[in-house]
Design a protein around this ligand. Sequence first.
Ligand code: NAD
Ligand code: TYD
Length: 339
Amino acid sequence: MNLLVTGGAGFIGSNFLQFIYEKHPDWTVVNVDRLTYAGNLENIAHLSNWDNYSFIKADVCDKQVLDKIFEQYQFDAVIHFAAESHVDRSILEADEFIRTNIYGTYVLLELSRKHQVKRFLNVSTDEVYGSLGPTGYFTELTPLAPNSPYSASKASADMLARAAFHTYKQDIVITRCSNNYGPYQFPEKLIPLMIHNALHDKPLPVYGDGRNVRDWIHVKDHCEALLTVLLHGEAGEVYNIGGNNEQENITIVKKILAILNKSEALIQFVKDRPGHDKRYAIDATKIRIKLKWEPKIPFEQGLFETVEWYVKNQTWVNKVITGEYLQYYEKQYSQRIKI
Ligand code: NAD
Ligand code: TYD
């Protein structure tokens, strides 16, 4: 297999590369990443011994450069992770989300067609379905109803992928996964942010009443599902991926504090996220029945190991937290806390 991975220096992409290195070291893999604030070479430093692996710093929106890369490598498949991925950032400023997530996906689809790539996997999110009330689940037939600029940009990318399948008969598969957690997640997302703040005895900012629900999955389980869909998914199909693990945000925050033996007095309820989706819950019956995949890592174990990882890897955290991040953090939480 000759595979292009986009966004492989980010959280899920770097875990996916490690997973492929362990499972299929004979594959030829090219990782194209622009190295934004969320992409870090530290995440993939351990791949330096992998002979068949190359890293290329490039922007997925740069059609000319990407065309040359496609020409040179003649990929069998593309797995497309590269994206702006943080909802709160998309609310502050969405330009990069529109550019990378929509135009970048279009460029990759076009080049995959031109260079006759055999399979394109678009890594998407359950957030394209919008929000659930207290009951029910997202299935692959749930209508798309994105509520944030982030999820709207991801839904647009999914629609372009769908159009490529219908119009040009390209071999496209789409996955829509729930919230991931695990090592190398940038400390702006709920779990790593709460671990980091708790470790430094800083306030843990919980939006609204903390009762919003997400379905959490360990990133390794997601990677295994992605490989399964890449190899065995049916062209033109969408596969939901979930952890079968609904949790209220406040429950997770309290679990993290308990693991670290820190006081719940650190919890600070802050102004809610505008348009905050109440509940996500995945029905993953299709991938379970058709492709025989299901998540394996129990949440309590996965969360404990993740907290341990962040405790042991504070040097990594300090490296990825740049001036840009500190400015973002200040902007985000000074507005939220002053209510
Ligand atoms: P991330 O923000 O950690 O990483 C994104 C990566 O994409 C970074 O390495 C960044 O440098 C790269 N990138 C951004 N813009 C680029 C551009 N223009 N050109 C090339 N590279 C660029 O994101 P993540 O959490 O690893 O998510 C990866 C994918 O999975 C995204 O498409 C996201 O929408 C999707 N997803 C994420 C989750 C989750 O819980 N994190 C859940 C479901 C789906
Ligand atoms: P996040 O990790 O940003 O993922 P997403 O918005 O894509 O689901 O947030 C997960 C949940 O945690 C979401 O309901 C928002 C909430 N949250 C907080 O309460 N405080 C925070 O500081 C952050 C970043 C998120």
